[in-house]
Design a protein around this ligand. Structure first.
Ligand SMILES: [Zn+2]
Length: 382
């Protein structure tokens, strides 16, 4: 559970159990009168009165009109003031880092794109802090915390990047350093995994629907392959943070050697560069052009990649039974030809599985998902 730096200490703070209960009750049942609130929260009148005064002062709650009961005085109604509080979600990536500011339901209110050089992990926290401060300083409510989607493997608690082979990062304690610099609670997650939550929110139209039992897989295809798994609206992390690391599943026993030391890992065979090589082309850009032009050799290579992805995804589909697989990342730019092959391969490799839709991922899914995960871990979103 994240401690909310800006809402800490004493009654009215979200850390305080009774205050959290009052806030959650107002959020769920608001607009609500004080007397209803006392009943629903199961707390004394005096306790609720002190907590509400504090929440009003902190703008966490606001008055929203009056209710006239059949008898007696009119009652002032209270509602959760999600507009006064915001969260920042970030995706770190090589071409552009995406920063979004969302309300407490995950709706994007503001955004910023910044180029940050990720090659030296010692330089990254300062650059990140600068960009986050820019967004914090803009008008739009209090920022409660920051969720960051990073490349590589993150510990289950969301504090450290244990290893990001693509960027040669090892044990980078990004969360601690940023918390010191920004005085805001930070949580880290793998950018592809957390994108599953972001895509689900975008697909649902209303981000609050992420609470509903929804099951979705986000598939990141770059030179690495990672999946994000959401079951019942919650991101699956696993006891050691490695849930969904699909890229190192072996799909060809005598295949090429992978950076992990094993042969025939999925990501060595289906990464953008690998598909280009398989098609006899010298670059990823050449592959994109050839696929767009419908060249048979390129389409055959895409078919082989789709096949291998289907073999690995088929197992995941049977285990998780997602309604949707959202495909994002650089290799997903191959578009419909690749998605159609994945679709075909999943059906062939998991013939008894229920219907699953293969769709292109929402562009804002990774930073939005990072904000949503922060909210879930802070107990502000179920
Ligand atoms: Zn591997």
């Amino acid at each position: 559970m994240i401690e909310l730096a800006l809402l800490t200490g004493g009654p009215g703070s979200v850390r305080d159990v009774n205050s959290a209960r009052v806030l959650a009750t107002i959020r769920e049942h608001g607009p609500i009168s004080r007397s209803e609130l006392i009943k629903k929260a199961g707390l004394s009148k005096a306790t609720v009165s002190v907590i509400v005064a504090n929440l009003l002062e902190r703008d966490a709650v606001r008055e929203s009109g009056k209710q006239q009961p059949a008898r007696g005085r009119s009652r002032i109604l209270l509602e959760f003031n999600s507009a006064a509080m915001t969260v920042i979600g970030v995706q770190l990536s090589d071409d552009r880092c995406q920063f979004v500011r969302t309300d407490l339901a995950g709706t994007i209110l503001d955004r910023l794109d910044v180029e940050i050089d990720l090659s030296d992990p010692t330089e990254v926290p300062a650059a990140l802090a600068r960009a986050i401060r820019r967004l914090v300083r803009r008008p739009g409510g209090t920022v409660l915390g920051v969720g960051i989607g990073v490349p590589g493997r993150v510990d289950a608690a969301g504090r450290n990047v244990q290893v990001a082979l693509s960027h040669d990062w090892h044990e980078v304690g990004l969360a601690d350093e940023l918390e010191r610099a920004l005085d805001l609670p930070i949580t880290l997650t793998n950018r592809a995994k957390v994108a599953a939550l972001g895509h689900l929110a975008a697909a649902a139209g209303s981000p609050a629907d992420t609470r509903v039992g929804r099951d979705l897989v986000y598939l990141y295809l770059g030179d690495g392959v990672v999946s994000g798994i959401v079951t019942g609206g919650r991101l699956l992390v696993g006891h050691d943070g490695t849930a969904g690391d699909l890229g190192h599943v072996m799909v060809e026993r005598r295949g090429p050697l992978c950076t992990c030391g094993t042969r025939g890992c999925l990501q060595v065979l289906v990464g953008g560069t690998a598909i280009a090589t398989d098609a006899g082309l010298d670059s990823w850009e050449a592959l994109q052009r050839a696929v767009a032009a419908g060249e048979p050799a390129a389409l055959r290579a895409v078919r082989r990649a789709g096949d291998r992805l289907g073999m690995a995804l088929g197992h995941l589909v049977v285990a998780v039974t997602p309604s949707t697989i959202a495909v994002g990342g650089p290799t997903a730019r191959l578009g419909a030809p690749l998605l159609a092959e994945i679709d075909r391969a999943v059906r062939r490799c998991a013939p008894t599985a229920g219907p699953v839709e293969i769709v292109p991922a929402d562009d804002d899914a990774p930073p939005r998902g990072a904000a949503l995960l922060w909210l879930q871990r802070a107990g502000l979103l179920q």
